[in-house]
Design a protein around this ligand. Structure first.
Ligand code: NAD
Ligand code: IPM
Ligand code: MN
Length: 344
């Protein structure tokens, strides 16, 4: 039987994971879950570690992991959040971060121009390199002469494989987003790999934008994009932007994938939202739609479609949390999706 590892995490993480697991259960995919509910900030504060080797040994054999969110205001973010998220992405070599953004309902778009609201694109974010490499250091730390350095790592292998993945999921076009006009060495490598990828995929329309211009274009006309492929940090930033244009962070889902090993980590794009944690206001749709991506990963595109249809119906009916203009709490919004799923 397929085992799914589950890390509810911190803040709203466990709150949105609960309804997401109810949906997973209702899909009847014949999977069992292995819940690692100790992988959180409390454990880190107590022991100095959150994700142990023993935890990784439980996760490695799983085809998929479902993660709520991690992050806690009691902790400096870098070490703690990295020790879970970046560790999982790097240890499992999940080099693709697949972040789809499709407008769920016209009323959810912040755009004035009705003709440009229907965003339906995917950010393919390189997920194991870039500024997240962990290479760097600081010297004379804490003094007026401090020097700090974080290496923006790009490798031929890492760039070529994520570009190929972007082409493999493109419906109409792929747009490369980089900053090759300012970032010399990495820029050159991305550009060389891009031109080599264009030769391997001659039948798909392509374009290239510098990241500043891309942000402007996405904000003014997101309908111009199908697949956007970019590095780790630009992908992080632009995927919050595309999420905002598709209905908000509360509905954004993501998959961290290694298409070669078949492993995946599925999580909403949002974080632990300490500002609303414990209030019952968190939108569970991002986590629920991450379960849809997980089902698709397990070869059940039918189940994934059923979840998306159920979410679309709940949105259309106004059975939504406050961030989407509704009045429901997390549990009620989750129940609304379940009711739609179970409708004959
Ligand atoms: P965040 O995504 O947690 O929150 C940003 C804003 O969006 C907040 O106002 C929040 O209330 C709102 N929001 C987020 N998810 C929501 C939901 N489901 N329903 C309704 N509103 C929602 O980002 P942040 O505040 O920058 O980060 C908080 C913590 O989460 C930090 O520790 C950060 O490092 C961490 N983080 C973790 C992940 C992850 O686990 N994948 C992702 C992003 C941030
Ligand atoms: C995300 C998050 C993480 C990232 C943080 C929490 C390290 O923002 O998954 O988008 O930047 O990758
Ligand atoms: Mn992010």
């Amino acid at each position: 039987m397929t085992t799914i590892a589950v890390i509810p995490g911190d803040g709203i993480g466990p709150e949105v994971t609960a309804p997401a697991l109810d949906v997973l259960d209702a899909l009847g995919l014949g999977v069992r879950t292995d819940v690692l509910d100790h992988v959180n900030a409390d454990t880190y504060l107590r022991t100095g570690h959150a994700l142990s080797e023993a935890d990784l040994d439980r996760i490695r054999p799983c085809r998929a992991t479902l993660l709520g969110a991690v992050g806690d205001p009691r902790l400096g973010d870098t070490a703690y959040v990295r020790s879970i998220l970046t560790t999982l992405r790097v240890e499992l070599d999940l080099y693709v971060n697949y972040r789809p953004a499709k407008l769920w309902h016209d009323r959810l778009s912040p755009l004035r121009d009705a003709a440009r609201r229907a965003i339906d694109c995917v950010i393919v974010r390189e997920n194991t390199e870039g500024l997240y490499s962990g290479i760097g250091g600081s010297t004379r730390t804490g003094t007026a002469h401090e020097v700090a350095m974080d290496v923006d790592l790009s490798t031929q292998h890492g760039v070529a494989r994520v570009l190929d993945y972007a082409f493999s999921v493109a419906r109409t076009s792929v747009c490369l987003v980089d900053k090759a006009n300012a970032v010399r060495n990495g820029g050159q490598l991305w550009q060389r790999c891009w031109h080599e990828a264009l030769a391997r995929h001659p039948h798909i329309a392509t374009s290239h934008l510098y990241v500043d211009a891309a942000a402007m274009r996405i904000a003014t006309d997101p309908t111009a994009f199908d697949v956007i492929v970019t590095n780790n940090s630009y992908g992080d930033i632009l995927s919050d932007l595309t999420a905002a244009l598709a209905g908000g962070l509360g509905v954004a889902a993501s998959a961290n994938l290694n298409p070669a090993t078949g492993q995946g980590l599925f999580e909403p794009v949002h974080g632990s939202a300490p500002d609303i944690a414990g209030t019952g206001a968190a939108n569970p749709f991002g986590a629920i739609l991450s379960v849809a991506l997980l089902a698709e990963h397990l070869g059940r595109a039918d189940a994934a479609d059923a979840v998306r249809r159920a979410v679309a119906a709940a949105v259309a009916e106004g059975h939504v949390t406050r961030d989407l203009g509704g009045t429901l709490g997390t549990k009620e919004a989750g129940a609304a999706v379940l009711a739609e799923l179970e409708r004959p």
